[in-house]
Design a protein around this ligand. Structure first.
Ligand code: SF4
Length: 890
């Protein structure tokens, strides 16, 4: 058994992992008890990492126009086309679009190639979608992209404000740390600001379900309240800041009634929040995508920071504004200059001295002189024909960028598209001329930086399959072939990291925040043993020193003072219109999926939590739209449309709907929600407004609904709506269409790929009058398929049926029971899975409450183990308990 210490490749918490490889080649993962970010904890996604390592659908060889080629052929082609495009059209005619999933060393080489050798800054990253507004807000206020605090501050605070952050689902281990601290100190208060009553909001002492996009009005109101209350830290403001007057004027008068109108929040709630913030010194405000993904995202960030600067609550234990990143290495990307408007090591592309430092260090022939195109503008330039060669690395913009159908059209029109990825089939790889196989998690070495500036190693513990290579190697090989052999002559990631660390210390006399020069010149052995550390880590510094920023000022502006930024409130870019688009679409994540599902959808365990794309809408809106519970809804905007399952819930504000960002054409017929999302972006950060698109919702108009389980994934699915998910022995499939097939027998035959003479036994039940049809298909006595058709959303024990696929059914009575669609007496149907770690379903938790007498989450855990491992599901268990108790009381 071999053990490797590495880091989780999903969210920005950056949990340490111990990967154990057994003699038989199998892998088990566990939380690293010694990693400071997670202290042994992992969430459901991290715990299931070993189940995502199978090589099915891996891109294993370079492909040119779908044909396998040698690496030399593919690399020469990419280098030739990029070089020729630059020669004919100039450096701004090429672009890289990279990813917060890249390791820092990958990012560093890609950025060096584009900015220092090709000579343009058209390299942007999917981190633009994640936290660009935080970067811009930090730079405006602090003069640098600095996260002042540490995770520990969430535990030390007396008040934690979570705004635009569903921490329970999106950063579960950090949320569990917060919950543990709160349990130890019940006096700690939690305020959650979110239009939705999320699982995070359920844990709050105060939930402010504000009007979408009104955050600036809320925090301006707070600043005005603090000013009126005389709650400012006069000494801090006087010695360490500028611009207070302008910010207070822009915030407006202390008028809670007016703020109530702007935010839609009751005055009493506003006063409670403002008073709590005003009198609680140890306050941390955590913000994430709900703040960043907005056409006013940068102002939102600055309106939050203004309140912390005003009270001097920054950089001290238990105090500060705290941006939490969505991606595993969004921070590393920021540090190496992976965004189109940055240089490496937090140097600024607009600063001639910074350009000189970097160019001298790289000994590069050219240097980008101005910021490049940010993500949304970059793809608009591709569509307009201005960018003629594009390299996409480790990301899936055909699904994740707004106006995603426009992105697909842009790629179709682009003369040369290269995609390097680990997955063979994505909606983006389908648009590529050249596919380059990248090494995946577990196969590559490098570093990542988490949301508290902690740099950790990702270490390889698996052999690289096929021709897969690390991303840094692919970029370096293209750089060499474009004529810069010396500059890209790296023999491994240690050499890249050593160079990067050295650059961070060049001419840095303490006027730049990012400095890891203590690690300059590090050799491969030291790199291999590198323990997690936080920056700053300058040359000569002792390890273990204070790593918070700004408690005593020392901001990275010219005068070392922070800037209050006036933030007048402005509404989202597009307003709802009562006639055409009356609802606000919000998009985001679900607990057990990651981005566009290329890894998390490989594991049935994670797909058993939520296996189908959905729209959450308030009961009043559901009635107005003519949508019934579990019906299918078409959600459409000026930009596109999607078809998703309706989840009617009062957790939504009336007038607002939510659809998850994850589903792609691989897993559903038409659920790419970013095709519906508007492409407006923040004017400062360029981050798109993924949380606010006016839409309308109408019924799909299904003539029939179906549910099927199958041993094999169908090559084609002949229905206007479908959503597919893997289960232990095959697949489960939701179906619907507006037209009824001429023959159900033929339909299920096509679904199963059954030739007429196949020897399958088909058991059927028809109630023609009620338009209900059921089929079970057996081969050699084992269930290979079942299909349930109904004019209404199908009622069937989906979890139980999914477990029957591939099982032997010798008893005719058992076969008939199968057609009933539910577990018979004495057979357990767990229901929808709530606890992924122990596969505990809704029905089991309900029974634990109603029959087992459990009254608390811990009691349910004691009986069923649910919620006792990663803890990601504890809020949902609490919700189930509350629901049962309310039902019993009524
Ligand atoms: S919280 Fe979960 S997804 Fe995020 S780094 Fe930790 S284990 Fe990975």
């Amino acid at each position: 058994m071999a053990e490797t210490r590495t880091t989780c490749p999903y969210c920005g918490v950056g949990c340490g992992i111990v990967a154990r490889q057994e003699a038989d080649g199998s892998v088990a993962v566990a939380g690293d008890p010694d990693h400071p970010a997670n202290r042994g904890r992992l969430c459901s996604k991290g715990s299931a990492l070993a189940e995502t390592l199978a090589l099915d659908d891996r891109l294993l060889h370079p492909l040119v126009n779908g044909r396998r080629v040698a690496w030399d052929t593919a690399l020469d082609l990419v280098a030739d086309r990029f070089r020729e495009t630059v020669r004919r059209h100039g450096p701004d005619a090429v672009a890289f679009y990279v990813s917060g999933q890249l390791l820092t060393e990958d990012y560093y080489v890609a950025n060096k190639l584009m900015k220092g050798f090709i000579g343009a800054a058209n390299i942007d990253t999917n981190s633009r979608l994640c936290m660009a507004s935080s970067v811009a807000g930090h730079r405006r206020a602090f003069g640098s992209d600095t996260v002042p605090g540490l995770y520990e501050d969430l535990e030390l605070a007396d008040l934690v404000v979570l705004t635009g952050s569903n921490l329970a689902w999106c950063h579960p281990v950090l949320f569990q740390r917060l919950m543990a601290a709160r349990e130890a100190r019940p006096e700690m208060k939690l305020v959650v600001i979110d239009p939705r009553r999320t699982m995070t909001a359920r844990a709050a002492d105060l939930h402010l379900a504000l009007k979408p996009g009104s955050d600036v009005a809320l925090f301006n109101g707070l600043l005005a309240y603090l000013a009126a209350a005389g709650a400012g830290d006069t000494a801090f403001i006087q010695h360490h800041t500028t611009g207070i007057q302008e910010a207070v004027v822009a915030a407006g008068a202390d008028d809670t009634e007016a703020t109530s109108i702007a935010t839609g929040l009751p005055v009493v709630q506003l006063r409670r929040f403002y008073d709590l913030f005003c009198r609680t010194g140890k306050t941390v405000t955590v913000y994430s995508q709900g703040v960043n993904q907005s056409s006013a995202g940068t102002d939102k960030v600055n309106s939050i920071i203004n309140c912390h600067l005003f009270t001097g609550r920054i950089g001290r234990p238990g105090m500060g504004p705290f941006s939490v990143t969505g991606q595993p290495n969004a921070m590393g990307g920021r540090e190496v200059g992976g965004l189109a408007n940055q240089l490496a090591c937090h140097m600024e592309i607009e600063n001639p001295e910074h350009r000189r430092i970097v160019q001298d260090f790289w000994q590069s022939p050219v240097m980008a002189q101005r910021p490049g195109l940010k993500a949304v503008d970059l793809f608009a330039a591709v569509r307009a024909g201005r960018i003629k060669a594009l390299w996409i690395a480790g990301t899936n913009p055909v699904d994740s960028l707004p106006d995603a159908d426009g992105v697909r059209a842009a790629l179709s029109a682009c003369p040369f598209v290269v995609v390097s990825d680990v997955a063979r089939h994505t909606d983006t790889t389908a648009c590529a001329h050249v596919l380059l196989p990248a090494a995946a998690w577990g196969e590559k070495d490098g570093t990542v930086t988490n949301s508290e500036r902690r740099i950790s190693r990702q270490r390889a513990f698996l052999p690289r399959p096929g021709d897969a290579r690390p991303d840094w190697w692919i970029f370096a090989e293209v750089g060499r072939r474009m004529g810069w052999a010396q500059a890209f002559a790296y023999d491994g990631p240690a050499a890249i990291f050593a160079e990067y660390a050295a650059l961070s210390g060049i001419s840095n006399d303490g006027r730049r925040d990012f400095d890891i020069s203590r690690h300059a010149g590090m050799d491969a052995a030291a790199y291999d043993g590198l323990a997690p550390f936080q920056w700053p880590s300058p040359a000569g510094a002792a390890s273990g020193g204070e790593t918070r920023f700004f408690a005593d000022g020392g901001f990275f502006t010219a005068d070392r003072r922070a800037r209050f930024v006036p933030t007048a409130y402005r509404p989202p870019a597009e307003a709802v219109t009562a006639e055409d688009y009356p609802l606000v679409l919000n998009t985001g994540r679900v607990r057990d999926q990651w981005h566009t599902m290329t890894r998390t959808a490989k594991t049935p365990r994670l797909m058993s939590h939520i296996g189908e794309p959905f729209i959450e809408l308030h009961p009043d809106d559901a009635v107005a739209c003519g949508i019934g519970p579990a019906g299918l809804a078409i959600v459409e905007s000026r930009y596109g449309r999607a078809i998703v399952r309706a989840l009617v819930t009062d957790a939504q504000r009336p007038g607002c709907v939510f659809v998850p960002m994850h589903w792609t054409d691989r897993y559903a017929a038409r659920a790419r929600i970013d095709a519906v999302v508007n492409p407006h972006a923040d004017p400062v950060s360029g981050q798109p407004e993924l949380k606010h698109t006016p839409v309308r919702v109408r019924p799909f108009g299904a003539a029939w609904y179906g549910f099927a389980v199958l041993t094999a994934r169908p090559a084609e699915i002949g229905a206007g709506y479908w959503a597919i998910a893997p289960v232990a022995g095959g697949w489960r499939l939701e179906l619907a269409d507006t037209e009824t097939p001429a023959s159900w027998e033929a339909f299920i035959g096509e679904l199963c790929g059954l030739p007429a003479e196949s020897g399958h036994e088909v058991l059927a039940y028809h109630d023609a009058a009620a338009s209900r049809h059921r089929f079970a298909v057996f081969r050699d006595g084992r269930l290979v398929a079942a299909l349930f058709v109904s004019p209404d959303p199908v009622e069937a024990a989906r979890g139980w049926l999914s477990e029957q696929i591939g099982q032997a059914f010798a008893d005719p009575q058992e076969r008939l029971r199968l057609l009933a669609g539910r577990a018979g007496a004495g057979r357990a149907d767990r229901g929808a899975i709530i606890c992924s770690c122990f596969s505990v379903g809704l029905n089991q938790i309900v029974a634990a409450v109603t029959q087992g007498g459990c009254l608390t989450v811990d009691e349910v855990g004691g009986l069923l183990q649910a919620g006792t491992n990663c803890g990601s599901c504890r809020s949902e268990i609490g919700k189930v308990i509350d629901g049962v108790r309310v039902q019993n009381a009524s």
